[in-house]
Ligand binder design. Structure first.
Ligand code: ADP
Ligand code: MG
Length: 315
């Protein structure tokens, strides 16, 4: 049986920080990422892909705001589903162009991810989304829309942003369907942007909530649901580092879950970036995954061979 790799693509794989996000820019970046993924597919691995959507949702949020007198603005939860379709389209097309049409089926699944309505993050949201505002603008817009707004950066003209909860993912609603597709040999793109957050409401039904789930955390939950052996987290650094940004910064080639928790507690991996990646990888391995790897897109193929990146495994 071929091994299954769950690949989590970082935000910069689709939009670089200095780009505006034109369709040409995004298509070009997606093609670069897909070249690595095609290489992994050709080696015989089964593949599930998830990806970030921060910049795309940010741009859509601006469109909702600017056009609100002409077209009714859609809530964040709907913007999340839109970006899953958008990025899924780009990746499906790019992978098909790279792999040819014969033996590869590539599909995107619009994915809902279950969260707990009592998750503590709903009480004190901290994940910034959408455009930056002045304090005055932020308070007005927050009032009008019932949003929580917070002061999120120390300098610049606009220091305020909307903040939303970032609850812990509990399960993937479409997980069983995704597993069937992966077992049938399809390349599946799923849980984009961390998935569409849903809760179980008073009637026992699913209901979308305005929140953002960390894509690496959701990726590790999906990886377990599809029985992936390997969780491959691709970001903009080649590996996780100890004493990151300090003079004695050094790379971690391997760590066990126990070592990963210890380094995390010592504060080596920053919250909101490397922290959730290491945490998601560690949980994946503790739950029975064979190994998890953190590396850059360029080093993906080498890292799978054990020749680059940071590997987390039991031994
Ligand atoms: P992504 O879009 O891939 O999720 P993030 O910006 O969230 O990217 O996370 C990657 C970033 O994590 C790196 O660019 C780096 O600045 C930061 N980082 C924080 N702590 C560490 C660490 N200990 N080692 C390496 N990178 C770290
Ligand atoms: Mg991130």
């Amino acid at each position: 049986m071929d091994k299954c790799v769950m690949i989590a693509l970082g935000g910069n794989a689709i939009k670089q920080p200095d780009e505006r996000g034109t369709v040409e820019e995004q298509m070009r970046n997606v093609a670069v990422a897909c070249r690595q993924i095609a290489e992994i597919a050709k080696q015989g691995y089964k593949i599930v892909i998830t990806h970030g959507n921060g910049p795309q949702v940010g741009n859509l949020a601006i469109q909702q705001e600017q056009a609100q007198d002409i077209v009714p603005p859609q809530p964040l939860v709907v913007l999340g589903s839109m970006t899953q379709g958008q990025i899924g389209y780009m990746m499906q097309q790019s992978l098909r162009n790279l792999l040819g049409e014969d033996s590869w089926e590539v599909v995107t699944v619009v994915t809902q991810v279950l969260v707990d309505r009592d998750d503590p993050d709903f009480v004190d949201p901290n994940k910034p989304v959408g455009p930056f505002y002045t304090e005055e603008e932020a308070k007005k817009i927050g009032e009008e829309n019932g949003w929580t707004v917070k002061h999120v950066r120390p300098s610049g003209d606009r220091q305020w942003r909307r903040v939303v909860p970032s609850p812990i993912p509990l399960g993937i609603v479409e997980g069983k369907a995704i597993k069937k597709m992966v077992d049938a040999g399809m390349i599946v793109i799923a849980s984009g942007g961390g998935g569409i957050p849903v809760i179980i409401n008073d009637d026992g039904g699913l209901e979308g909530v305005d929140a953002v789930i960390d894509k690496d955390r959701a990726g590790s939950v999906l990886a377990k649901e599809v029985d992936a052996e390997i969780f491959l987290v691709l970001t903009d650094v080649d590996c996780a580092k100890l004493d990151y940004g300090k003079p004695d910064e050094r790379p971690v080639e391997r760590m066990t879950p126990a070592e990963a928790w210890k380094y995390s507690e010592e504060g080596h991996f920053l919250p909101g970036s490397m922290g959730p990646k290491v945490e998601a990888c560690t949980r994946f391995v503790e739950d029975g995954g064979e190994r998890a790897i953190i590396t850059s897109l360029a080093k993906a193929v080498d890292a799978l061979k054990g020749e680059a990146g940071t590997t987390i495994s039991q031994n």
